[in-house]
Write a protein that binds this ligand. Structure first.
Ligand code: ARG
Length: 599
């Protein structure tokens, strides 16, 4: 369905043509003076030079022709030549009625369905998720959903950090603690136990312990680090016991990660990791050498990625270290190769902290230069800012430690549970379920409503407030609509409101200003979603939702809905409410959260 601004621009463009001017001048925009009008067109000013006429003359000519248009109820010419426009109520009614019957409220299907891989989450095995992992998961999930909502195919891949030194550290420490395990006995040829020799809590204790030890400046620290590197090497070269132990680490950790991501309503199609491309690295390296792309520089194998137009420093992309070991770069390049071969995506989108910006620039350039990607495969990095505490520094626990995501979410759930249990008639179970939904919306909206590249302050009190620009406020608005509709069904003695309030039978012409404003906000849905997709920007959906909720609440406070005596008018209101509810819920779903029935 054509976007409202396009429809209006065409109308006004036609008037320009009829008055003898260029139709392209008829571009209509939302008014930047909402106190004066709803829409405006400034084409007369732009056309003045071209036609050697006063803008006011042009505007008057066009306004005369526009009188015939059914789109506007008010056309005003304002010096020095603006066209101030108000939408016609019947025209809005038609537009909304069509929107209500169309799939996805009139969002146009893409001309070509694209295949997009979204690489997000990116946790490291055996390291607990902390608040820094929140953004990649939350923004990535929403970006994936936006792409799907637009009608494209999106494949979410978690890209686990499961192959580096951290694995060697854990294995080396286990070897010290439990040397009797069969995994360390090189003469062992039987089947290894199916049960892991540790729990997730032990694993999470072992990793920081081992990591700290390896960084110590003592003899013991140095020796331990060497041992860990040896273990990493043995693991990567396929020593049987080490591989078996690593599988246990992976399983235990992935089970725990799945539980954590489930709690965030974040799901991945692929649980691939750095280790999955290990075997294709030698072939890729050879290919880069044979192609003359990679050369030795101070012992390391590198590919130059500098371009003439560069104004910033652009170091070469390192493929192998001088000891022959592969790097983060190497696995990312091999992963691109693997994805091209197995999925042939039109686009790969990566979500990481923006501090990896230069890194991805290097990797992308290297992948292009070495032709690992097709010319028309798009590589995109979305770099996000830091989650800060109220003091403006990186978010920490009260004692200055790194905040574990799991505990953070648990605390917010509890806080919400208390708030919701207070003075509400709900069973404990119901209140818990509701609290989880509200807490999730609070956290996700708190994050997503900021432009991704900006840092933001994780302010739990603000995020969980039921008022203001927050997730809970949106849920509250949705719940309010649902309860009005339910009440109406009860009045009519029906179970289900859908048979009574059918948006497909059309909407009414707005009868007052707040109703019209609400309808106009609804009508912007397709344009908003398209631009959120084009810019991969969930915050645009947040802003739209907030405006929609506000427009609804103004309407709600100014209008007697259920006590309206004119049944047709009342049904018109209710259908408008239903449409608001459906649009809101679709937006929330794309953002990755949902509303309870009551709250
Ligand atoms: N595990 C990485 C980290 O902790 C993030 C992975 C992001 N994805 C990627 N393909 N590099 O920084």
């Amino acid at each position: 369905m054509e976007k409202l601004l396009d429809v209006l621009s065409r109308e006004v463009g036609n008037a320009f043509t009829e008055a003898g001017y260029d139709a392209a001048l008829g571009k209509v925009a939302l008014s930047n003076r909402p106190d004066l009008c709803e829409f405006q067109c400034n084409g007369s000013l732009a056309g003045a030079k071209q036609y050697k006429k006063a803008p006011l003359t042009i505007a008057n000519d066009v306004a005369e022709k526009l009188k015939e248009s059914k789109a506007f109820e008010k056309i005003e010419v304002c010096p020095p030549g603006f066209l101030n426009l108000n939408l016609d109520g019947d025209f809005l009614k038609e537009y909304l009625s069509k929107m209500a019957t169309e799939d996805k409220f009139g969002l146009e299907k893409p001309e070509k369905k694209l295949k997009v891989i979204v690489d997000y989450g990116g946790p490291n095995v055996a390291k607990p998720l902390h608040v820094g992992h929140l953004r990649s998961a939350v923004i990535g999930e929403s970006v994936k959903r936006i792409i799907r909502y637009m009608g494209h195919e999106a494949i979410g891949d978690i890209h686990l950090g499961d192959w580096g030194l951290q694995m060697g550290l854990i294995i080396a420490e286990l070897k010290l603690r439990k040397p009797e395990l069969p995994y360390f006995d090189e003469s062992f040829s039987g089947d290894y136990p199916t049960q892991a020799p540790f729990t997730i809590s032990e694993l999470e204790e072992i990793y920081p312990f081992a990591s700290k030890k390896s960084k110590e400046d003592s003899e013991e620290g140095k020796k331990f680090k060497e041992e860990a590197m040896e273990c990493t090497f043995k693991l990567q070269s396929g020593v049987r016991g080490y591989r078996a132990l690593w599988k246990h680490i992976l399983n235990v950790s992935v089970t725990d990660l799945k539980r954590n991501y489930d709690n965030l309503n974040v799901t991945f199609d692929l649980w691939k990791g750095e280790s999955d491309v290990h075997d294709i690295i030698p072939g890729m390296v050879q290919y880069m050498k044979d192609g003359g792309y990679a050369y030795l520089s101070e012992g390391a194998l590198v590919v130059d990625v500098k371009e003439e137009t560069d104004t910033k420093e652009m170091p070469p992309c390192m493929i192998l270290k001088s000891d022959g070991a592969s790097l983060y770069n190497t696995t990312d390049l091999a992963t691109i190769m693997d994805r091209m071969k197995n999925y042939h995506p039109d686009r790969i989108i990566y979500l990481t902290d923006k501090r990896q910006e230069l890194y991805f620039e290097q990797v992308f350039r290297c992948a292009r230069k070495t032709k690992l990607v097709d010319e028309n495969t798009d590589l995109v990095h979305i770099g996000f800012g830091t989650v800060n505490g109220k003091d403006g520094h990186a978010f920490k626990t009260r004692d200055g430690g790194v905040q574990r995501l799991e505990y953070l979410i648990r605390d917010i759930n509890n806080q919400m549970f208390e708030k919701i249990s207070e003075g509400r008639e709900m069973t404990e179970e119901e209140a818990k379920k509701t609290a989880r939904l509200v807490a999730l919306a609070a956290i996700k909206y708190g994050d997503l409503s900021n432009q991704a590249s900006k840092d933001y302050i994780f302010d739990i009190d603000r995020f969980t407030s039921f008022e203001g620009d927050t997730g809970p406020y949106l849920l509250y608005t949705d719940v309010r609509i649902k309860s009005i509709l339910k009440k109406y069904a009860e009045q009519k003695g029906k179970e289900n409101v859908d048979e009574l309030v059918d948006i497909k039978s059309g909407l009414n012409k707005p009868t007052n200003d707040s109703e019209k404003k609400l309808g106009m906000q609804l009508s912007a849905f397709n344009a908003m979603m398209e631009s959120a997709y084009e810019e991969l920007a969930p915050h645009k959906i947040c802003a739209y939702l907030y405006d929609l909720a506000n427009a609804f609440n103004v309407f709600y406070h100014e209008t007697k809905i259920l006590s309206e005596e004119d049944e047709d008018k009342k049904l018109g209101y209710l259908r408008l409410l239903k449409l608001v509810q459906l649009v809101m819920e679709s937006c929330m779903d794309v953002l990755g959260f949902s509303a309870p029935d009551k709250m």
